[in-house]
Design a protein around this ligand. Sequence first.
Ligand code: IPD
Ligand code: CA
Ligand code: CA
Length: 265
Amino acid sequence: MHEPAEILKSVEGIAREAGDILMDYYGEVHHIDYKGIGDIVTEADKAAEKLITERLESRFPDDALLGEEFGMSAVESDNCWVTDPLDGTANYAARCPIFAVAIGLLHNGAPVLGVVFDPNTDRMFSAAKGDGATLNGVPICVNAREKLDPIGLFGFGSPILEMLHPFIQQCGKGRSLGSAALHICSVATGYFDGSLDLYTKLWDIAAAAAILQEAGGRMTHPSGSPLFPLSPDSSAYQGYNVPFLATNRKIHGECLRLLEENREK
Ligand code: IPD
Ligand code: CA
Ligand code: CA
C-alpha cells in the first residue's frame, strides 16, 4: 500500500508533463481515428498516455495500470492506476479549450488518490485519501446548498442532454462542458451542485472520484447503489459503462428520489 499523500506531488508532476504534451499538439492534430460512432482518438491522447504509462511503470513497477487508449497492464496488484490522458477529446479536436488529464489510484477497488489537471487554465485538482482535496494547493470543498435550486449549476453528459432527460428540468442550470472529470471536480470545488452522466467509463471518473470524496461530496450509481469499492472482477476494468451521480452530498437523496420518480414515469 502506498502512502497516497507521499506520492501525490510526483503524480501531479506526471499530469503536468502530460498536459504539456497535449498543449504541444493543440491545434496541430493530424490524425483522428474513430473508435466508434462519435468516439474519436488523436495522436495527442496516445502520446500523453504513453508518457503517463512510462512514468507510472518506472515509479510503481508492481502496480497494475489501466489507461483508456492502451487498456490494462498484465500486472496483478491491489493497486490500480487508472488514466484518462485526455478527457474532452471532442473539445480538443475542435480546438475548444476545455479538457483535462486524469490520473487516479484505486486500492482494492477504492479511490485513494486523484489528480485532474486542466492545462488551459493551469488548474491542478488533487486529493490523497484522508488529506482533503485541493485546487492549486488551496483546500476545496463542495458547496452548502441543501436543496436543488433554479440557480444551481448541474453538469450533464451530452447524451443525457440529447435524450432530454426529464431530470434536467428539475436541476437548475444544466451545463455540459465535455469533460466528466472536470464536471466532478466542479462539484468538488463547489461550482456545481451535482453532475450526472450515464455513459462514462472508469477512466473518466476514478481520479475525480477521489477528489470529490475528499472534498466532502458523494458519488453513487444513479440508482443509489455504491460505485466503489469495485470488485476485482468488475466489468468497469474492461471498459464497460460506469454511470454516476455526483453531488455535494446534501442534495444526493433529493436527486436520487427524482431520478427514481422519472424512471417510473
Ligand atoms: C468523454 C467526456 C464526456 C463524457 C463521455 C466521455 P473522452 O471522455 O468525459 O464528458 O460525457 O462519456 O467519453 O472521450 O473525451 O475522454
Ligand atoms: Ca474521458
Ligand atoms: Ca480520453
